[in-house]
Design a protein around this ligand. Sequence first.
Ligand SMILES: C[S@@+](CC[C@H](N)C(=O)[O-])C[C@H]1O[C@@H](n2cnc3c(N)ncnc32)[C@H](O)[C@@H]1O
Ligand code: SF4
Length: 390
Amino acid sequence: MGLDSKSPITSLYVHVPFCAQKCSYCAFYSEPSSGEVINRYVKALVRELELVAADLRPETVFFGGGTPSLLNLRQWEEVLRAMGRFNLLGAQEWTVECNPATVSLDKAKLLRDFGVNRISMGVQSLDEALLDRLGRIHSRETVFKSFDILRQAGFENVNLDLMFAIPGQMLDQWRSTLAEAVAMGSEHLSSYEVIYEEDTDLYRQLRAGEFDVDEELACAMYEELVQSATSAGFQQYEVANFARDQTSTDLPFAFPPRACRHNVNYWRGGSFYGLGPSATSYVRGVRTKNWSNTILFCDRLEKGERAIQSREELPPLQRAGETAAFGLRMVAGWPFEQFLQTTGHDLREEWSRDMKQLSEKGWGRIQKNGFQLTRQGLRFADAAAEMFLR
Ligand SMILES: C[S@@+](CC[C@H](N)C(=O)[O-])C[C@H]1O[C@@H](n2cnc3c(N)ncnc32)[C@H](O)[C@@H]1O
Ligand code: SF4
């Protein structure tokens, strides 16, 4: 779809800014809140959905956070019924993020009944001491129990999030978490190296010299991740994302069928609406960001307007550079023609020197129809992608 197209936007993200307790590494906008604030948020969100509904025909929906599973049954019903009224149900892929401690059969069934068909569960580790270290509110047992509940409720597409290079984590601990996680039989696995985000406890501990970062160990852990996941039948399709099943589908350019379509749309530079505090939207080339403040968000929506903090329209070349950088995180890389259609710029012209440099370094591969990072390049995807920014 071209940038000027007037067809409705097909991708919707909703941010739920609440958590029972803040984890030590997490910088996503979320906080513990009273039931009263959550009720107010739900009403404000319904208003925001109403404001954009006419321009939306969702094919993918993603409720992230924060902890969407923290909303209670009644609050979820309010959101889901409103989506029904605004014609926003029926997405091909609809994901809700869950913390294992807040999964219940009633809630899972309700979500399934309204058309949610994918759950992304934050596991992070299956080692009790490391779960504690991360400030997680659940035990390893809760992870297994919640996974069973999700299956019982009829979810056949479940992602598990893991983290590696956690301070104090040994290679053996990572190996056994990986082995246990792949044995659970989920359809999808996401696994990120710990990022030390400012304004988190873990960052403050690092700055205070309480531990060191071991880059070599982190590399070994990443290798272990790719090995374990692929030998268990997952196909890697992005730096940190793996999906079960090797057969290809209607998804463009060799994606496994369980790849997260919602995220593929981000990485391919597609448009999306982002609702809720702190959420970003990218609609027909214009990026807007909502205020990261739940009360302000509610105040604005109660007055009938969206709570937009900033609006940005990048010059086309700069936007194309960002799109290139994002897309290269995918194993499939960028087909030249698709990139040209999406951005109006040709990788073979504007970025030919960068692609050549990356190939010479062993980080990239120039093919007849496209460019992609090699396995080594994917390990350093952020550095490689930076070369494409203009
Ligand atoms: C919004 S959370 C997931 C859902 C739910 N809130 C939970 O934590 O159980 C999204 C994921 O981002 C990852 N994440 C968050 N902060 C991170 C960080 N600083 N470094 C690496 N991964 C991080 C975690 O794996 C987490 O599961
Ligand atoms: S990782 Fe998940 S549960 Fe933990 S603070 Fe972040 S959003 Fe909340």
